[in-house]
Design a protein around this ligand. Structure first.
Ligand code: M6R
Length: 597
């Protein structure tokens, strides 16, 4: 979603904003803008706002620097109004400029009311109503005007506002959208998330929902929803975030390469985690619920597969967006496992809030320790995947699988006082995943062969269905190839109709007892002229198959194979993306953190 930044710095404020916006581009990149309070040389007016905003990437803002020590910036992911210069943020009304991340749900009613009072709008965005409200509520007290405007808003927002009447001041508000304050050498910041400040800030402090941040007189101040000043503690920016650099390759390639390290860091952290506080819930649960979105939803499905098999209790798994609106039968005594890399995905947060309201116990699997989801959870289960910047989730997915499998093993222990057998192979996971990199040469050949395809299927049985779905999502998302991930057994029930000469089908077969069934599905594809590729750790499964392309995966205990088999599929998607001329870090229409519904 949109990224917002605010900066107060006597030195290089514009440059700092620009650098942060470049790092925020993973949150949205259909347009970008900056506004600064600029000291006017003309005598009759001391300060004025200068705004530069453009459709496209942040690089469009490079060039002439705007001077000034107080500024805000924005990378947009359009919700209301097409990407164009006019709809780009900052939005201005009178002496105020504003950037916004979120969605104002009552914007239409507010716009109508404002129009009836003679206001005219320059954009189609929901955000412009906020700056108009601030302007109308202003009677000399900047902070009071922002609070009065926020009191009228329904929906989600993190905003940063500057005013030509208040040089040196930035006022921010947070409601269901992430916002942090940060301090670095010679600069104070507010920002939608910490990675934007890599190399710039040393300390940070997240705001909670309903809180305000005010940068004024060279200080960062926090206020509660009633406008009373509150004291908060700042934390050192984690070293991995502070050192975030892409290098020559895309973030996606870098993050795939970091997976073995991410796994071993996550495993160490899981070993250190005290599960005793949730022992009663894990032992006593008659069923689990699991919610997540996108790739994280695939981790939820993998949790379902492993937990049902190990614990013999049902796991009801749903995408977060559907869970909320289906009157879920969740209540006291139930455990909800919510999975989210960012911990800020709006639907997952709302599903979790709903479950908690109904008395369920919330376990949150997240990669961001200071996220809203972690704060909401009864038991946060933290990944140590390190910052993931690429929109496509790779190392975080693999670590999510590790964490939910680990959770399953703990529940098994609390129920049966012993760990499942595969638990003892977790130590080998990182090196097995590293060994999977040997498949990359082959996947690169496969990508060359298939790069011009208009569509493809991914098939699997049992635990491989989820891997098929994740493989398909990845290639759709970054290579813009139409793809579907399916249970191979469903092929004959409709999908087969689309198979014709050369149509590519990728199958994953890591479960020996189901491998023959997967092979049968491939034979049916082959009989209709389709192109078959097969990934398995079993030499005999590969050699006996009819596949045109075979890739031998490194082997580990079967229940852990979903962690390994997805690695070549991630790399394949990345290769396809590059061959098709796309940027893996900027997938069309997508943003890393989906903080709006
Ligand atoms: O931060 P989250 O894990 O909650 O994000 C969920 C999805 O938006 C995310 O996994 C998305 O599907 C990825 N872009 C997939 O690569």
């Amino acid at each position: 979603m949109c990224g917002i930044i605010g900066c107060f710095s006597e030195k290089d404020c514009y440059g700092r904003l620009l650098r942060a916006l470049k790092k925020l581009e993973y949150r949205g990149y259909d347009s970008a803008g900056i506004a600064l309070v600029h000291k006017n040389r003309r005598l009759h007016e001391n300060y004025r706002l200068i705004v530069r905003k453009k459709k496209g990437y942040v690089s469009a803002l490079e060039g002439a620097v705007i001077s000034g020590d107080t500024g805000i910036g924005h990378t947009r992911w359009a919700t209301h109004g097409v990407p164009c210069d006019r709809n780009a943020h900052p939005h201005v009304s009178g002496k105020f400029a504003l950037v916004h991340n979120g969605i104002i749900e009552n914007h239409a009613a507010l716009r109508q009311e404002l129009c009836e009072h003679g206001e005219t709008f320059l954009s189609e965005t929901d955000s412009e109503v906020i700056v108009k409200l601030i302007d109308r509520n202003y009677a000399g007290d900047f902070f009071a005007a922002v609070r009065a405007a926020c009191a009228r808003l329904e929906g989600s927002y993190a905003i940063a506002v500057i005013s030509a009447d208040h040089p040196g001041e930035i006022i921010c508000a947070r409601c269901k959208s992430p916002l942090i304050a940060a301090a670095g050498k010679g600069a104070l910041y507010v920002c939608s998330d910490a990675p934007a400040l890599a190399g710039e800030a040393e300390f940070f402090c997240p705001a909670n929902d309903g809180e305000y941040i005010r940068i004024a007189e060279g200080k960062i101040l926090f206020y509660d929803s009633a406008g009373n000043e509150i004291k908060k503690s700042f934390l050192r920016l984690p070293a991995q975030i502070a050192a975030l650099e892409k290098g020559d390759k895309s973030f996606m390639e870098k993050e795939i390469a970091e997976t073995p390290q991410a796994l071993s860091d996550t495993l160490k952290s899981l070993h250190r985690t005290d599960f005793a506080p949730c022992a009663r819930q894990l032992r006593g649960a008659k069923r689990f619920f699991a919610v997540a979105c996108g790739t994280a939803y695939h981790a939820a499905l993998a949790f379902r597969d492993r937990a049902e098999e190990c614990l013999h209790i049902p796991v009801l798994c749903q995408t977060s967006s559907e869970f909320r609106y289906r009157s879920p039968l969740i209540g006291e005594g139930d455990v909800l496992v919510a999975i989210s890399q960012s911990g800020e995905t709006a639907d997952t947060l709302e599903a979790s809030r709903l479950a908690k309201e109904r008395g369920a116990y919330l376990i949150a699997v997240t990669n961001v320790a200071h996220s809203s989801l972690a704060a909401l959870a009864d038991f946060p289960l933290l990944l140590r995947a390190g910052p993931e910047i690429a929109v496509a989730a790779t190392k975080s997915y693999v670590c999510q699988l590790l964490a939910v499998f680990y959770l399953t093993a703990q529940a098994h222990f609390f129920k049966h006082t012993r760990m499942p057998v595969w638990f003892f192979e977790l130590e080998k996971l990182s090196e097995t995943v590293r060994a999977a990199e040997e498949c990359f040469l082959q996947t690169s050949h496969l990508a060359k062969q298939l790069s011009q395809t208009f569509g493809m299927y991914y098939l699997g049985r049992g635990q491989d269905v989820v891997t098929a779905m994740e493989g398909a999502l990845k290639v759709k998302e970054i290579a813009c190839v139409y793809a579907e991930g399916y249970a191979a057994g469903e092929l004959k029930h409709g999908t087969l109709a689309l198979i014709e000469k050369g149509f590519p089908v990728i199958a994953i077969a890591t479960d020996k007892k189901l491998a023959k069934k997967c092979e049968n599905a491939l034979a049916e594809v082959k009989a209709r002229g389709g192109f078959c590729a097969l990934f398995s750790q079993y030499e005999d499964v590969l050699s006996e198959s009819c596949a045109d392309f075979c890739c031998r995966l490194p082997s580990i205990s079967e229940p852990l194979m979903p962690v390994v088999s997805v690695i070549p599929l991630q790399k394949f998607a990345c290769e396809m993306c590059l061959l098709r001329g796309f940027d893996p870090d900027k997938p069309r229409n997508l943003a890393k953190s989906v903080t709006v519904e």
